[in-house]
Design a protein around this ligand. Structure first.
Ligand code: TRP
Length: 76
């Protein structure tokens, strides 16, 4: 790993509708939202897990690519 403050592969989130939320959750004993990024249709976010972020929640219709594979969030 070239940077100690981030860990591992990037993951990609591509919005399939307007208003998709990518929510970063804090690392450590206190698990809370610390960042919410809003993506509109076709917008892409490329991110890593970091010393601050240990989990990510995606709300809305999107394609998510990780080293574990590609998945779609369910349409409502
Ligand atoms: N400042 C945040 C951090 O370094 C930025 C971030 C990285 C982020 N990965 C994320 C925000 C995933 C939301 C989702 O941890």
């Amino acid at each position: 790993m070239s940077n100690q403050k981030s860990s591992g592969d990037f993951f990609v989130i591509k919005a399939l509708e307007d208003g998709v939320n990518v929510i970063g959750l804090t690392r450590g004993t206190d698990t809370r939202f610390h960042h919410s990024e809003k993506l509109d249709t076709g917008e892409v976010m490329i991110a890593q897990f970091t010393e601050h972020t240990s989990a990510v929640k995606v709300r809305g219709k999107a394609v998510i690519q990780t080293s574990h594979g590609e998945m779609n969030t369910e349409a409502e």
